[in-house]
Design a protein around this ligand. Structure first.
Ligand SMILES: Cc1cc2nc3c(=O)[nH]c(=O)nc-3n(C[C@H](O)[C@H](O)[C@H](O)COP(=O)(O)O)c2cc1C
Length: 176
């Protein structure tokens, strides 16, 4: 049971999830062949990753989809068992996460086998809140801006220990 854990993370949220998966899988009988950020195309690291039977692949959410570097890697996972994970700025609605993972999935070749997936919310940069604050300053009754600020503040705690434990457990189950 060889496996790889790979992620695209700009701010560290998705990396945290990836590291939690790495730690959880280290307690299994599986054999890790790669763990880390998306390797350069054609590199020895990418070759090692592509020797894995199961690939745990994660990304931050970039306009509803995964990072383009991860998308390019997913497209090369012919015949692999694949577990998808990710983080997104918006949370609270499980169907939102499902939609995002469905978008990630579109990058996989037809003969890759999806063996699971999990996501959680992830904190956003301070500049985002400033933009919402400016919207609210201009239109103090703007319910959408108020909701965006509430979501931003809720995201600050994520990934939580519970998020990490839930996703790591799902990943372990997928390797079994
Ligand atoms: C350019 C950009 C686009 C984003 N697009 C989305 C989006 O479409 N949906 C969403 O829920 N979050 C979006 N986010 C928020 C990030 O996906 C979220 O904060 C994520 O946890 C960042 O993960 P990272 O720390 O691993 O980079 C976006 C962030 C940036 C910077």
């Amino acid at each position: 049971m060889t496996y790889a854990v790979v992620w695209a993370s700009r701010g560290g949220n998705t990396e945290q999830v990836g590291e939690a998966i790495v730690q959880a899988l280290a307690k299994t009988n599986g054999e890790p062949v790669f763990a880390g950020s998306v390797p350069a195309a054609g590199s020895a690291e990418e070759e090692a990753l592509r020797s894995a039977g199961t690939v745990f692949a994660g990304s931050w959410t970039d306009k509803g989809d995964c990072d383009p570097a991860l998308a390019a890697l997913l497209a090369k996972l012919d015949g692999k068992r694949v577990f998808l994970f990710g983080t997104a700025g918006f949370g609270g609605d499980p169907s939102y996460f499902t939609r995002i993972l469905d978008n990630f999935k579109t990058h996989l070749p037809e003969n890759a086998r999806l063996v699971g997936g999990a996501m959680c919310q992830g904190k956003m940069g301070a500049g985002v809140r400033k933009r919402y604050e400016a919207m609210l300053a201009e239109h103090p009754d703007d319910a959408r801006a108020q909701a965006m600020i509430a979501n931003f503040d809720a995201a600050l705690a994520h990934p939580t220990a519970d998020d990490l434990a839930r996703i790591a457990a799902a990943a372990r189950e997928a390797l079994a």
